[in-house]
Design a protein around this ligand. Sequence first.
Ligand code: IPM
Ligand code: MG
Length: 362
Amino acid sequence: MKLDIAVLPGDGIGPEVIGESVKLLEALGQRCGHRIVFNYADFGGISIDKHGEALTDAALEMCRGCGAVLMGAVGGPKWDDPKASARPEDGLLKIRKSLGLYANLRPVKVFPMLLGASPLRRELLEGVDFVVVRELTGGLYFGRPKRRWQTARGWRGVDTLLYTEKEIERILRVGFELARQRGKRLTSVDKANILESSRLWRQMAADMAPQYPDVELRHILVDACAMRLIQRPAEFDVIVTENMFGDILTDEASVLTGSMGMLPSASLSGVPQEGSTAFGLYEPIHGSAPDIAGQGVANPLATILSVAMMLRHSFGLGEEAVATEAAVMRVLESGYRTRDITSPGQKELSTREMGAAVVGAI
Ligand code: IPM
Ligand code: MG
């Protein structure tokens, strides 16, 4: 089979973790007889420096022509000036919105051998296995007006939390369908005690529930959810929530697994179905980590696990996906660790060594 993959390494540790994922894909391709074509483009800060914008239209069109996009990370102190007209993150928002990737799946599953790497007590973490379905193309990230302006009484800034019925319906549907495929428990997260958009969301979730009698729907306020994620994380199965809440809750959830360096994500334009494939964008949930960029110590596993999601959802290569995930498990079982997940007495591997260990374990 031929796999056309757009590769956007981006900034900071992005190129390092992407490098290991590409090596893994090459090894898999050889092993399984797939021809993989990697199409690279500049993305994020590096693209601003070279082309004046975080993602050029040409790069976007290149991505659109591929079967999937594999992305590293964007941003860094060099491009952090709040007065700058172009920001690396704009590229991320542009690609998500232009390609209609409204459903962001962020699986949070603790690895038994990493229980000690989390600051939480072991007994709280056992059995944690849930997916956050984060709405990705609406809400505060995109609502208009969105601007800063000067008045006689000083500066003002506004962002708009806007959701249409259609946007809420389709993301809730992804939540219900995924819950149906998994443990049949859906938690819808909102702030319905304060926000109108959340009241619409909650109402729509309740209205859809009768279509999914096999799924148990719960509503929870986002602040309570933040607390519950730490108190009783094993209770969750599928969480569905709006863009900004999902952004915040998934950083929090990553602490459960011991490191952000372990969490993959997929951004899709529909419900992932077994037996059918769809275009998607795959990226680790961590950022560009400028503090460790270029040192060769970043954890490539989140990106490698994102590759597994890509093989499964965009190319229908379930066996290769399972092989990749199993290789990651085997490497962890063998005690291999990058700096972010090392416990005292364990040998620390570089990014490259970890990548090579996974390739070796396939
Ligand atoms: C994420 C990131 C992005 C977001 C940033 C880099 C724009 O935090 O994917 O969670 O806020 O969506
Ligand atoms: Mg985030």
